[in-house]
Design a protein around this ligand. Sequence first.
Ligand code: NAD
Length: 454
Amino acid sequence: MDIINPATEKVIQSLNTDDQNSVTKKIQKLKAGQQAWKKVPVEERIKILLSFGDLVKENLEMLAEVLTSETGKPMEQSRNEITGAHNRIVHIKENGLRWLSRETISSKGAVTEEIDYEPLGVIANISAWNFPYNVGYNVFLYALLAGNAVAYKPSEFSSLTGLKFRELLWKAGVPKDVFECFVGGAAVGEMLLEADLDGYFFTGSHRTGKYIAQKVASKLVPVQLELGGKDPLYVMDDIADVEQAAVNAAEGAFYNNGQSCCAVERIYVHEKIYDDFVQAFVLEVASYKMGDPLQKGTYIGPVTRKEQLEVFQDQVQDAIALGANLQTGGKRKEGKGYYWEPTVLTKVNHQMKLMQEESFGPIIGIQSVKNDAEAVSLMNDTTYGLTAAVFSTDKERAMNVLDQLSTGTVYWNCCDRVSPNLPWTGRKNSGLGVTLSYQGIRAFTQPKAYHLKP
Ligand code: NAD
């Protein structure tokens, strides 16, 4: 499998992909390894994961270069992702023991009642490329913490990073028969779906997620899906600083080239401030430096997957044909690399694909609304339900809107944010199940009820 640098379109490295034989052998190894790993005390597992965190920090620059070379993420954002993901390890350190320890629920009657949290066994982690540290850690670190062995399949667009995870986890003390990396694309993912595993944890598109859920349903093992979004942001007319709101909204839409599951994908602005907001927003976006992701100051690099350029082209053409105004961008940059000019469209509506289908790139539509009720109705008009944000100085007014939205996460005066303290969960087509928070620790366990009568 050729690994291509999206900035240069050159092959950086060629990897041998797994085949049925290697997949079977690796899974047999993991099944044996998990039997010993589940007996390692939680405190000891936490120590090993902390060592992994230290190794990642020590190798920050090298790891950031690997990530940038295979995904096109600007270096500064690669460093930010790697450093930021460490908060999961801190969360594990501070909470792991508490939520995995055996609990005595009742000891008053003749029967003592306890709950133990046993690991699931060997789980598959089929992952995405856009934030491999964040979304990988959410699953494989928490799964290891709980005593599971992990069959990790990085995306074919971030395989080099996946192999680095394996190298550093092993070096930190995770046994070689407890974490394995499966290299390849959909075909290797399929082999994991066919295998006899104890849980499926997937991060990726709605299309693949739904397919996986159907494919493994008859196994009756836990399935969690972290899928896409079409996340709305509503800017109310009472905000104190329109320009600052525009800068923050633009960051939520264009950070990581818009390739975040919780990127702002639709913006609604109260009609009283619409023109001022659009003007400030377009000015901000036009100032972004696009270019070589290795160069200091680059904010917009190439997108990771060449095929996505066709999605942008289609969404822009469709929106313009239905009456949208193109404010800036709207086309591919000439020359080598998968570059797409940051794009802003106004006079948009929900007949357009741009306001309905996940763009997953540097492209956004801004729509004017008359009042909060219209904003709520438009924000909920989607098949997705990952996050939604409101900018306002009035908390009560903002909360009134947020309370009416069907999403797993809501934000007041912030957006595009994930915290290990809070559950990360999508509604509707955005997913199934929870990672992060105490619920995301327990997600990798199965409770066992003890009725103990002396
Ligand atoms: P994708 O669905 O194309 O691929 C995801 C993974 O599934 C890859 O490892 C891929 O090799 C594997 N895969 C593909 N077909 C398969 C099959 N038939 N059987 C088994 N495995 C298969 O998604 P992607 O392009 O890697 O990721 C982008 C998507 O992920 C976006 O929709 C984004 O919103 C979403 N995402 C969601 C979250 C979240 O937390 N909700 C986080 C990051 C990304």
